[in-house]
Design a binder for this molecule. Structure first.
Ligand code: DGY
Length: 320
């Protein structure tokens, strides 16, 4: 059968597909514009599609690939896919959870430490030739031990970040989710905040680990940002549209937030110029899951989901 891959991904999963005799067509090395994706699907008429988070998969895409039984998304997030349209077309949608938990958690931790200790700012200071002498007040940061880390979203990634920061750095953990979570309560002795406002008012570091949904879009607007503990740090490795970047720039300019570290942006790949102008903002280009290990395993998981569906079996990671 024919599998259309919308952009080159690590080979390892694709080899699994080829090994059992499937034909694998890779569109190329760049993001496909939406019209081109539709054209290519019409021309190829695949039995399965391996899509990326940069592909907008909507009704028109499903119409263009009427024989595709599955769209295996190469990501844990699936906000790029119209799930209602998928249901109407009877198409299976899968994602790649678990295998990227460690990579995203480690990147989040790297951002927390870099922001708290002003690593990126200090590196730039030195490269700019500004380092003249050791200084007792030079580039003072925040010590993390004993401070409170607020985790928003009780899934695997948030839990792993909490575990590393508690066990490795001695941070106190408070978390917010729709309901409390036994792993947080029992294994991390974390405090559950049923109200998001309570988490915001007590957290020195806030880390967002939510999916993008109509409920979470612009959750961090001006009104919510006004509720943070003054001087706190905000980290986002989830989805950019959860934060209103204009409101975030305002909270940083006023000093309400001491800093922000962002791996994801409201209008990727564009980043709000006000944020880029601030020294207390760290930006990385959506690379939280970008370890060789995670990206290889994401390729294997997506391929396994396709193999299962093409064999008439249930996939391991269905979303619809
Ligand atoms: C995901 O998987 O959703 C990340 O954002 C990219 O790996």
């Amino acid at each position: 059968m024919k599998i259309f891959v919308t952009r080159q991904i690590p080979e390892v999963g694709l080899l699994k597909l080829k090994d059992v005799g499937h034909e694998v067509v890779i569109a190329g090395g760049e993001v496909l514009p939406h019209e081109v994706l539709i054209e290519r699907l019409k021309a190829e008429n695949p039995d399965a599609v391996l899509s990326l988070l940069t592909d907008k998969i909507d009704q028109t895409v499903f119409d263009a690939a009427p024989n595709a039984k599955i769209f295996a998304n190469y990501a844990v997030g699936f906000d790029n896919i119209d799930l209602e349209a998928a249901k109407q077309h009877g198409v299976v949608i899968t994602n790649t959870p678990e295998v990227l938990t460690e990579a995203v958690a480690e990147h989040t931790v790297a951002l927390i430490i870099s922001l708290a200790r002003r690593i990126v700012e200090a590196d730039q200071f030195l490269r700019d030739g500004k380092y003249e002498a050791w200084g007792p007040l030079l580039l003072l940061g925040m010590e993390l031990k004993g401070k409170t880390l607020g985790i928003i979203g009780g899934g695997r990634i948030g839990r792993r970040v909490a575990e590393i920061m508690q066990k490795g750095f001695g941070m106190e953990i408070v978390y917010h989710d729709r309901k409390n979570n036994e792993a947080f309560d029992n294994e991390l002795n974390a405090k559950y905040a049923p109200e998001l406002d309570d988490l915001l008012s007590q957290s020195d570091v806030i880390s967002i680990h939510l999916p993008l949904t109509p409920d979470t879009q612009h959750l961090f607007n001006q009104e919510l940002l006004a509720k943070v503990k003054p001087g706190s740090l905000l980290i986002n490795t989830a989805r950019g549209k959860i934060i209103d970047e204009e409101a975030l720039a305002g909270a940083l300019q006023s000093g309400l937030l001491s800093g922000a570290a962002l791996d994801v942006f409201e209008n990727e790949p564009t980043v709000n110029s006000k944020l880029l102008a601030l020294d207390n903002v760290i930006v990385t280009p959506h690379i939280a899951s970008a370890t060789r290990e995670a990206r290889d395993q994401m390729s294997v998981v997506a391929a396994d989901n396709i193999l299962a569906v093409l064999n008439g079996e249930p996939p391991k990671n269905p979303v619809v």
